[in-house]
Write a protein that binds this ligand. Structure first.
Ligand code: CDP
Ligand code: MG
Length: 754
């Protein structure tokens, strides 16, 4: 087998040659000299019909003189067991040479900004150094926040290995709905959102000696709020040390925010990365990414491939296509190991991406932008960057939030390319043109605080007693409109009173680590005596992954199985409840899930979430009560989700009631699955998603009267005609028609008391 058998030397030679070829002008993915290249073509053309041609444009990173600097020679230590090996590995990380300086800087400064290339050892090493230096004496903890769950988990696992302790003991992690820490935990990795919630129980974070806000450049909403809160408590906790770490060069901005805090730069170990662009834009980036990966596989020297995709579904599709295209090729190509990685990937599968690639094989990591800076995967030599990621966007005027596939920023694309140059000279293939890069990509990503619904954060801040939101110190303040929108929603939900103070309902809502509409639904279930059912629904809605399993080759069976839960046209919320209850009756059986085309993993997660919600119910003194009355359950759901209601239009589409907007019932809804389905007149939805159209997901029919009964301050029966509602005049004004009320408190007055 030519590709496998090739020895290293000729690889290096050929690589060099190809690189020189590329310097001359047009580069293709063909590997080796011209003759060899032709041979490759003949041999491997069958792998794919289309070939992609790239144009090499630039060298991203010049060979870095720091390579030697960061390298610590560990000599010829022959470790006797795993722990020694890990100990030696730690010493080879670029940050190791800076250990003493770092400790000195932390001692002398209350706030320290650390900048270092991904993989230099910031996340895994800094907390350990501080622990070794005595910062955990007297039972104090070192906290390290991560924007992503999966990073918090995998890094904690790695650090516990390095320290030779069991995960959850001295080293632990805490993510929403999962606490893997104990009394003994001194190094605590957690999501930024979890530390934010810790402020609610410990407003001065007294149990922490150091807080490290890691991946601060990601600028997630929770990170931004944390930065403001930490800056505030640092004033009256001089013993608390803050470390802000970032993988990019925007350190000055963080430094300015923390009153010219000291910056420590850890030089990375970087090798040059060649950037290749497409000659022409691609219509289908997923297909192009797969073709490019296969081309690399059959034509390029060893080295793993990292492909950036936008989400779980896309990654799963790509995985299938890869398998399909390489099927039957047998030994004609060397082994290709496909490793998906995305936020909801089950823990047991996560380890796979960190396992070394076996000799002769090649790994293709299919990742979301989680692999941009959060996770370091060793051995990556080729990066394929389609130029997109899924981004949240929010329209404060309509209150509409959506996840959309959006072009990434230049800063992101640089980070992505950088992933190819960690262990040697790498290549990055951008599936867009250099013109696209220059003219279409923004320089940096807009911080989340400026493009998201703020209701959750506002509720948290209010619970922390921070009343003056306008003057809260944000690095980049959110749009005023979005703040007002959040206040308006919280008022409508009854979490705030007219002067913007937290109510008893709001206080209870804040205990639940879910969005305000969901927590309101839970709190309201008390009134309808169905908290048992409502927390099951809430848990099922919070798994973050789909409940129903619909394999391509068994769609008919899967659909039939699903329809059973929808009998009686009960709506998606009740269907989810039925699934949960039946699974529970079947003793949480895995077999039951297989038989009913239900995703076992989602169900297990739902069960964990439900357990937690049940404990929280107790904390806010809501009794667990069960009811068979579907109408009562739906009313409890409506109590939280009344702002998410839509009415049927003559043309079969829906129009949201509050802020008129056209939407459709998502094809995956049970309502659409029923034969001879009749579109309900008035529906409530869990969320809107924008794909080809604006779709409502998780939909349940409600009676319009409920809106007036449950939210009279928000909707009025046959009330004033809302000019906003352009089609209202054409709608039949029958009994039970709800229209938006104008009796929402005057926002101008309201904003004064913010
Ligand atoms: O935070 P930073 O990007 O600077 O680096 P890190 O995450 O501390 O990673 C340092 C090293 O630890 C990397 O070279 C990874 O190979 C290794 N690591 C690992 O093997 N498994 C993990 N789950 C995390 C890191
Ligand atoms: Mg890191």
């Amino acid at each position: 087998d030519d590709l496998n058998g090739r020895d290293k030397k000729s690889n290096q030679f050929a690589e060099q040659k190809a690189w020189e070829d590329q310097q001359i002008g047009k580069a293709t993915l063909k590997f080796g000299s011209k003759n060899k290249r032709r041979k490759c073509d003949e041999e491997y053309d069958f792998v794919f019909e289309d070939q992609i041609e790239f144009v090499k444009a630039s060298v991203l990173l010049e060979g870095d003189q720091m390579i030697a600097n960061g390298n610590v020679d560990v000599g010829k230590v022959q470790p006797s067991h795993q722990l020694d090996k890990l100990r030696e590995e730690r010493k080879t990380l670029p940050i190791y040479a800076f250990r003493e300086r770092l400790l000195q800087d932390v001692e002398k400064n209350q706030v320290l900004i650390i900048v270092g290339e991904t993989g230099s050892g910031k996340t895994t090493q800094i907390p350990q150094y501080l622990h070794e230096a005595g910062y955990t004496k007297g039972g104090k903890k070192i906290g390290c926040t991560q924007p992503r769950r999966i990073a918090a988990m995998s890094v904690a696992a790695r650090v516990s290995q390095e320290m030779g302790v069991k995960l959850g003991h001295a080293v632990g992690y805490s993510i929403r709905f999962e606490d893997c820490t104990s009394e003994k935990t001194v190094l605590k990795y957690m999501t930024d959102g979890m530390l934010l919630r810790e402020f609610l129980v410990e407003p001065d974070l007294a149990s922490y000696s150091v807080v490290m806000v890691d991946e601060a450049h990601e600028r997630t909403l929770s990170t931004d709020v944390l930065l403001g809160l930490l800056k505030d408590i640092a004033r009256y906790r001089p013993d608390l040390k803050l470390i802000i770490s970032s993988a990019t060069l925007d350190a000055e901005k963080f430094s300015d925010f923390f009153d010219s805090a000291k910056i420590l730069r850890i030089p990375g170990r970087r090798y040059p990365v060649d950037i290749h662009y497409m000659e022409a834009p691609q219509a289908d980036y997923l297909d192009a990414a797969i073709v490019a990966a296969l081309q690399i596989h059959v034509t390029q020297p060893p080295g793993d491939i990292l492909v950036f995709l936008t989400g779980q579904e896309e990654i799963e599709t790509a995985e299938e296509i890869f398998k399909h295209r390489t099927r039957g090729l047998g030994t004609k190509i060397s082994e290709l190991i496909i490793c998906p990685i995305y936020a909801n990937l089950p823990t047991e599968l996560q380890a796979k991406i960190f396992e070394p690639t076996p000799e002769g094989a090649r790994k293709v990591v299919l990742a979301t932008n989680i692999a941009e800076t959060s996770l370091t995967i060793d051995g990556i030599k080729y990066v394929i960057d389609p130029g997109f990621s899924k981004m949240k966007s929010y329209n404060p005027r309509s209150g509409m939030e959506s996840l959309q596939v959006t072009p990434i920023s230049k800063a992101s694309s640089m980070q992505r390319a950088g992933r190819a140059g960690r262990t040697g000279h790498g290549k990055c293939f951008r599936l867009y043109t250099s013109y696209n890069y220059d003219s279409d990509l923004d320089d940096t990503t807009v911080p989340e605080v400026q493009r998201t619904n703020l209701a959750n954060v506002v509720l948290t801040l209010k619970s922390l007693g921070i009343h003056d939101l306008v003057n809260f110190e944000f690095m980049d303040p959110p749009p005023c409109e979005a703040l007002l929108k959040a206040l308006e929603l919280l008022f409508a939900l009854g979490a705030l009173n007219k002067v913007g103070e937290l109510t008893k309902v709001g206080r209870r809502m804040a205990e639940f680590p879910v969005d305000p509409m969901l927590s309101k639904m839970i709190v309201a279930s008390d009134k309808y005596k169905c908290s048992d059912e409502v927390i099951s629904i809430a848990a099922m809605l919070s798994t973050g992954s789909s409940i129903f399993y619909r394999p391509k080759d068994k769609q008919v069976h899967a659909d039939t199985a699903r329809l059973r839960f929808h009998s009686g046209n009960v709506g998606d919320h009740i269907a989810l409840l039925k699934v949960y209850n039946e699974w529970k009756e079947a003793n949480y059986s895995t077999q039951w899930c297989y038989e009913n085309y239900i995703q076992v993993r989602s169900m297990k997660r739902a069960r964990d979430i439900r357990d937690q919600l049940e404990r929280l119910l107790e904390r806010v003194e809501i009794k667990l009560s069960s009811s068979n009355d579907l109408e009562a359950i739906k009313k409890a759901v409506t109590s939280g989700f009344f702002p998410h209601c839509a009415r049927l239009q003559k043309n079969g589409s829906y129009r949201t009631i509050k802020h008129p907007h056209t939407a459709h019932i998502h094809p995956s809804s049970g309502i659409m699955a029923l034969e001879h389905h009749v579109l309900p007149r008035c529906v409530l939805y869990h969320e809107l998603v924008l794909t080809t159209k604006e779709y409502m997901r998780q939909v349940t029919e409600i009676k319009p009267e409920w809106l007036v009964e449950i939210a009279p301050h928000y909707y009025q029966l046959n009330g004033v005609v809302d000019e906003d509602y352009s089609t209202s005049k054409k709608m039949p004004r029958g009994k039970g028609r709800a229209s938006t009320s104008k009796q929402i408190p005057n926002l101008v007055d309201y904003s004064i008391c913010v």
